[in-house]
Write a protein that binds this ligand. Structure first.
Ligand code: SAM
Length: 236
């Protein structure tokens, strides 16, 4: 939940200086992953804010965001960059999506699809402070219902934890992903089949989405998220 915070010693660290850019828009601040806050003075999920000169950074929690965990564990290419358009499936209350919004900046766009009403309420209040972040209350299984105004995107980021995660990605990729665009997917094996070995579930998933993207990297997310695989790949 976002809240407005006045600057003060408990909220802004003056010790953790020297932001270093790891990828465009992604920083290490005092050795910790961070993004530059697009909504100055606002936190989204209780994350720490760090001031350096004119810039304010939001530390990015590896246990709360699979994208942060994937970056930390060695993601080699980061297609979410300043100016990119991102379709985000399963935005929940906007934890990771808000960092994506920081990265793509004012010239980018983050279309956030979420179907749970409770999460969507929090998501909307995060989007109100970020002009590049648009909430879409909809079911990611039905891309035709939210297609208006999105066009083609540079990246589809998906984290829906559903048994039909593969089909959801394939439908959205064929509707919205640009040629040469990127798919980034957090796969939760337990949501697909609790009775099977995660590795088998992951292998099948990768083979199925292989019809849409050429998978370039697979990152297992433990200890930050158990039984999760993060994959990224380029549209064929
Ligand atoms: C694991 S949470 C996402 C966490 C979020 N990506 C983050 O890092 O901040 C999965 C979310 O996907 C949403 N979801 C699952 N199936 C969906 C669907 N078919 N359409 C839209 N949202 C869906 C759930 O309501 C839930 O909020």
């Amino acid at each position: 939940m976002r809240e407005q915070i006045p600057p003060g010693p408990l909220l802004f660290s003056k010790d953790e200086k020297m932001a270093e850019e790891k990828f465009p828009g992604v920083f290490l601040v005092g050795g910790r992953l961070a993004t530059r806050n697009l909504a100055l003075g606002f936190r989204v999920y209780g994350e720490k804010l760090v001031q350096e000169g004119e810039a304010e950074y939001r530390l990015w929690d590896l246990y709360r965001s699979k994208l942060a965990a994937a970056l930390h564990k060695g993601l080699k290419e980061m297609p979410i960059k300043p100016g990119a358009s991102v379709l985000y499936l399963g935005a929940a209350s906007g934890t990771t999506a808000s960092h994506v919004s920081d990265i793509v900046g004012e010239s980018g766009a983050v279309y956030c699809v979420e179907f749970a009403q409770r999460s969507a309420r929090d998501l909307i209040s995060v989007c109100e402070k970020r002009q590049n972040m648009l909430p879409i209350m909809g079911d990611a299984r039905l891309p035709q219902e939210y297609s208006e105004g999105i066009g083609k995107v540079d990246v589809i980021y998906q984290d829906v934890a559903q048994p039909d995660q593969d089909e959801i990605f394939i439908r959205n990729s064929s509707a919205f992903l640009k040629n040469g665009g990127w798919g980034m997917i957090a796969i939760k094996s337990q949501s697909i089949d609790v009775t099977r070995q995660p590795k088998k579930v992951f292998d099948e998933f990768v083979a199925r989405v292989g019809s849409e993207i050429d998978v370039k990297q697979e990152i297992e997310l433990s200890p930050y998220d158990l039984d999760h695989l993060f994959i990224s790949g380029k549209k064929k």
